[in-house]
Design a protein around this ligand. Structure first.
Ligand code: 3HC
Ligand code: NAI
Length: 692
């Protein structure tokens, strides 16, 4: 065996040269990997004993792509194209042996090999779009030549990982070999290639699939139309589509040039920078300085959920989906029946769409035990309370739980705003109490805010982070304060939105500006969706806010066809003249001089205070890092990932500009805009949030 460099070696087994790459964690194509690959292939090509070459990786995966951490820095070592040319032009057949995930640049390396074999558990994909890019090493030109234009469009714009069996059927893989026997299987395959004198198959020479799409621009027009909503605001999907068009309409090498041009356009833009930041931020959020990876965790084999309302049902589904039994408790039989019924209906609907079998539905429902007795939670390892948002009720529930739950069980609250320490204080085991704040719909939204109380034990935190990951959530650890991270910042935006409609804007103006910014909907459309009457008590109503007046007029939101907007029978929203009049009357009564408000002011008034609140959260230590705040907003509130989260966005705008904006607003509108000490300090020192 000859070591080529620290991460690559070449072994010659009879007539086969085996190039082995070992660069943990995911064999990404760093400068060292590129250098090793080039050297190893050159050595194998030069060795007269070698007749064919196998490329295989150590560790959990084949090459998972370019090394994203190198992007934006000066390149060293050979380029990826250089490495690919060496492989593709090898006079000896090259077989890529794939396990784990061949992704992005990894699949693009496999695509310049002459053959690809894989184990059945392997997957392949071009996920560059997820970091605001496109496959920049020939992937967009080679993929459609193998799988055809329609499938290629789907793959590059979704970034989906295709399982081995499907990859084989598409022609992306040439052969599957037995699980666990990849090396031998690939060597045997290479020998067959030699014995049968198979050609040096080069994907670039395939043309029938792209020719079939030539002169049919409607394929692309229709694809764009069908996905317009999904791609809204993102630049990368369009550039990916343009590349596939180039593959159809241009000779191969011209197509490669176009791919490079479109790749560089994305690579130097702010969207990809934001999406790459989010990729690492999401992984960073899992790291808690004082709760190291080896912190002991508690086994979670059975979960209890209290309250079968909007949240309790969705929360339960997460665990049922992961195969963990759930006992769900209600105070009223009819609410229990309704809650369980909704869970079943949700599963049945998924089954109707073909995404679950009826057996899956029954298996999941079979793991659910409905009950009216809190005592039935005695053997649960984790209990999540999701009853009404009232401190008295929460305290009562936790007092009872303390008496019932087994020692060591985690007692969690799904509260949106309330003080976790006050809840913990009613128990004799505050170390076992934690906030697990899911977002609605809880079975869909990826965010889980984990709220650390003053006394919460580290193993309770570690277990909560681990179970969050197991049920497919992005877990972010936050500190205990009113509204925690997400809702605390949301309150800033909501307050300004309400003020803006009295000062001169209309709800649809505010909503439009935030929608165009990239949020899924604006604050007023969101209120209509949730229901204007949440928390509204007709007995205590006093017409003191626009929202109250609307409730008094029976404008309750989408559910009765009238809220801030009027809704037609297809739930399409239209500005409401009635609401406009309510707002104008309200402003007049308050003697507010209405004025023209620009879109820019709407944006800054709504978003700058959020960035400022994020800075306060950081200075109070309620979030570990600014990027955690961004992860909360992207996964819990639909902040557009291509804008990197509010803190990233604030820096992109310029913290000095945000600070100046806050000061100007403070002068006009008062201390709602008082800049945080941290923001002042960072600007004075010319620093960013990561230096906070
Ligand atoms: N570059 C640099 N680091 C990477 C990386 C990459 N492409 N992919 C993963 N890593 C790092 C992660 O940051 C993480 O580091 P950490 O342990 O220090 O936090 C570590 O590898 C393990 O990653 P995960 O925690 O994500 O491990 P999983 O086992 O859950 O997932 C994976 C593995 C499916 C490979 C997932 O990491 C992944 O999807 N990676 C990104 C793949 C990708 O986007 N490839 C395309 C890159 S762009 C490209 O190739 C351009 C080309 O066309 C020119
Ligand atoms: P909900 O009103 O839909 O459901 C609450 C359920 O709890 C009701 O079915 C009620 O019968 C039951 N309940 C009340 N007291 C009980 C008791 N002592 N024992 C057993 N069951 C009892 O309320 P929702 O929206 O599900 O909210 C629950 C909690 O989740 C609240 O703390 C809320 O702040 C929080 N939350 C709500 C979100 C939302 O969007 N709705 C988002 C995130 C958190």
């Amino acid at each position: 065996m000859a070591a080529i460099n620290a991460v690559t070696d070449l072994t010659v087994e009879g007539d086969i040269g085996v190039v082995t790459l070992n660069s943990p964690p995911v064999n990404a194509l760093s400068a060292q990997v590129r250098e090793g690959l080039k050297g190893a292939f050159e050595a194998a090509i030069a060795d007269p004993a070698v007749q064919a070459i196998v490329l295989i990786c150590e560790g959990k995966t084949f090459i998972a792509g370019a090394d994203i951490s190198e992007f934006g820095k000066a390149m060293t070592g050979p380029s990826l194209q250089d490495v690919q040319n060496t492989i593709e032009n090898s006079p000896k057949p090259v077989v890529a042996a794939i396990h784990g995930t061949a992704l992005g640049g990894g699949l693009e390396v496999a695509l310049v090999a002459h053959y690809r074999v894989a184990v059945p558990s392997a997957k392949a994909g071009l996920p560059e779009v997820n970091i605001g890019l496109l496959p920049g090493a020939g992937g967009t030109q080679r993929l459609p030549r193998i799988v055809g234009v329609e499938k290629a469009l789907e793959m590059v714009t979704s970034g989906q990982h295709v399982p081995a069996k499907a990859a084989l059927a598409m022609g992306l893989f040439d052969s599957l070999v037995e699980e666990g026997a990849l090396r031998d299987g690939a060597i045997a395959f290479a020998r067959v290639v030699l014995a049968e004198g198979r050609p040096l198959a080069k994907v670039r020479h395939l043309s029938d699939k792209v020719e079939a799409a030539r002169g049919k621009p409607e394929i692309f027009t229709e694809f764009r139309k069908a996905n317009a909503r999904k791609f809204r605001g993102f630049l990368a999907p369009e550039n990916n589509i343009k590349c596939i068009e180039a593959a159809v309409n241009l000779p191969f090498d011209e197509g490669l040039k176009e791919e490079r041009r479109l790749f560089m356009e994305l690579m130097t833009g702010s969207q990809s920078a934001a999406q790459r930041y989010v990729f690492f931020a999401e992984r960073q959020a899992a790291k808690i300085p004082d709760v190291p990876d080896d912190t002991p965790t508690l086994p979670i084999k059975k979960v209890g959920v209290i309250g079968a309302g909007t949240m309790g049902g969705g929360i339960s589904m997460n665990f049922l989906n992961a195969g963990i039994p759930v006992t769900i408790i209600e105070a009223k039989q009819e609410n229990l029946d309704r809650g369980v019924g909704i869970i079943r209906k949700n599963y049945e609907n998924t089954a109707k769409k073909g995404r679950l079998t009826q057996d899956d539905v029954e298996r999941r429902m079979g793991l659910l035990t409905p009950s009216m007795h809190l005592e039935d939670l005695a053997d649960c390892d984790l209990i999540i309370e999701a009853v009404f948002e009232l401190m008295e009720i929460k305290k009562e529930v936790f007092t009872k739980l303390d008496a019932i739950a087994k020692p060591g069980a985690i007692l969690a609250s799904n509260t949106s705003y309330l003080d976790i320490d006050a809840i913990a204080a009613v128990t004799r085991r505050p170390e076992s109490v934690i906030g697990l704040h899911f977002f609605s719909p809880a079975n869909v939204m990826r965010l889980l805010e984990i709220v650390r109380g003053e006394k919460t034990d580290k193993s309770v935190i570690a277990t909560s982070m681990q179970i969050g990951k197991k049920i497919g959530k992005v877990a972010v650890l936050v500190g205990n304060c009113f509204g925690f991270v997400g809702n605390r910042m949301l309150a800033q935006r909501q307050r300004e939105a309400q003020k803006l409609i009295l000062e001169g804007a209309m709800p649809w103006d505010v909503d439009r500006v935030l929608y165009e910014f990239g949020l899924p909907m604006g604050p007023f459309a969101m209120s209509d969706l949730a229901g204007l009457d949440i928390g509204w008590d007709p007995a205590k109503t006093s017409s003191s806010t626009v929202r109250e007046v609307l409730c008094e007029m029976d404008r309750r939101g989408q559910k009765n066809g009238r809220g801030f907007y009027d809704y037609d029978e297809n739930r399409v929203a239209k500005p409401s003249p009635e609401v406009e009049k309510v707002i104008l009357d309200f402003a007049e009564k308050r003697q507010i001089q209405r004025r023209e408000i620009s879109d820019q002011e709407i944006l800054e008034r709504c978003l700058y205070p959020m960035v400022n609140e994020g800075a306060k959260i950081l200075e109070e230590g309620k979030a570990i890092r600014a990027s955690d705040i961004d992860i909360v907003w992207i996964n819990g509130y639909g902040w557009p990932v291509y804008r990197g989260g509010p803190m990233f966005w604030g820096e992109l705008v310029g913290l000095d500009k945000v600070l100046a904006g806050m000061k100007a607003f403070q002068e006009k509108h008062g201390d709602d805009f008082k800049p945080s000490a941290l923001l002042e300090r960072l600007v004075a020192e010319g620093k960013g949030f990561k230096d906070a």
